[in-house]
Design a protein around this ligand. Sequence first.
Ligand SMILES: Cc1cc2nc3c(=O)[nH]c(=O)nc-3n(C[C@H](O)[C@H](O)[C@H](O)COP(=O)(O)OP(=O)(O)OC[C@H]3O[C@@H](n4cnc5c(N)ncnc54)[C@H](O)[C@@H]3O)c2cc1C
Length: 436
Amino acid sequence: MTPAAWMPAPAAASLWAATARPAPDCPPLDRDVQADAVVVGAGYTGLSAALHLAEAGIAPVVIEAEQPGWGASGRNGGVVSSKFRLSFPDIAARHGMAVAARMHALGHEAVDLVEELIATHGIADAGFVRTGRVKAAHSAAALAHALAEAEWQRHELGDGSATALSAAEVAEETGSGAFVGGVRETGSGGLHPLNYLRGLADAARRAGIPVHGATPALAIRQDGAGVLVDTPSGTVRARQAILATNGYSWRGAATDALRRRLVPFRSAIVATEPLSHNLAAAIMPTRRTCGETRRMMRWFRMVDDRVVFGGRGAFGKDDSPAAFRALERAMVGIFPALADVPVAFRWSGLVAMTMDAVPHVGRLDDRILFAAGYNGAGVAMASLMGRYLARFAQGEQPEMGLLDAARLGPVPFHSLREPAVRLVAGWYQFLDTIGR
Ligand SMILES: Cc1cc2nc3c(=O)[nH]c(=O)nc-3n(C[C@H](O)[C@H](O)[C@H](O)COP(=O)(O)OP(=O)(O)OC[C@H]3O[C@@H](n4cnc5c(N)ncnc54)[C@H](O)[C@@H]3O)c2cc1C
């Protein structure tokens, strides 16, 4: 990426962009500056890290290639959950009870932190409500697995937040007869992702933290005991750098080491026009967020009388109308009453998957830190990783369970990741279809 080649990219035409508070004014860097830490990327990870660094007396500068929230943090589904892609019983079986208990605690700390940040920084328009969540089973085998997991959690971790639901109860919760049963979980919830993000950006600016939009990190070089970051219009000299670029780490040499450790995967969302009064009362009447048990999971929630429905997007770097058509077919399959309701917004973004299905946080080397790989569940976890990045930056070594950075090596055969992702997605879809 050279300065001449740098072109701003359009923002996602999302429901969130159409309904959010105004974007903060974040002018590009226009000179050489110095700070204690330079944070690359202004999503939840980067902004939370910056706020926590400043709180600890470490002065950060945030640089963002586009504008704060341009990445996944401004375009996600807004589902706030304490879950990882690995189940806690599986973690305990493979890594022991102590690790499972630590991961469980981190998940809950993440959701609590979202609530805390919203309260501390006055981000009421994030509209965070702990609605709870319904996990709707697509097959008898998936239901048995979800029920066993809920029981294990109650028995082994003393966490009784999940209760079993019959097929009729799931139909009452969702307004759909497509499921064989499920589990209701309390604690999780939903928010307006872009208002939450912009609230964090506004809080950073109020705290005196410089946040520069349209300022891509082009290269990060060693400089004495610290780093020197090149941007098109100035350099940042700092003791440490924090890479907070997650699924968008492919954009240049500065984040290449992170890119090679992640597999990007496109996730897509559609939002309908507002439903009629009767329909809005019949679909997801409890207003909990819902997700399926499928490996290629679809999720849905009501937002101001609209259905917001998400799932797998197109393969590769660009959106495709076919992927949106498939998503809309899936939505009507679950909610036949939506067949004639027009879709008002279609958008997508990149999530970062990891080989072991969990995020990672810590050091790349003695002066570069990172947190990434949220596997499509980063609203709460990316916010929390900001808190831990600030602790690592202060020289602490917090216990991170499976999230330890040392566990995240480069993806083998990274150049083959696109055909590999297609292959794995196809296999998962096949298993989902046959109910396994
Ligand atoms: C469609 C979609 C739906 C999702 N739904 C949910 C959900 O409902 N619940 C949930 O928990 N999670 C969800 N996620 C995942 C969640 O949004 C992410 O895990 C989280 O936002 C990651 O935050 P982040 O700050 O690490 O990365 P991002 O928000 O992606 O931010 C990275 C930023 O880095 C910037 N950047 C990249 N390269 C450079 C560079 N060289 N210099 C400067 N800046 C750079 C990018 O422009 C970008 O703004 C979803 C994701 C997507 C895409």
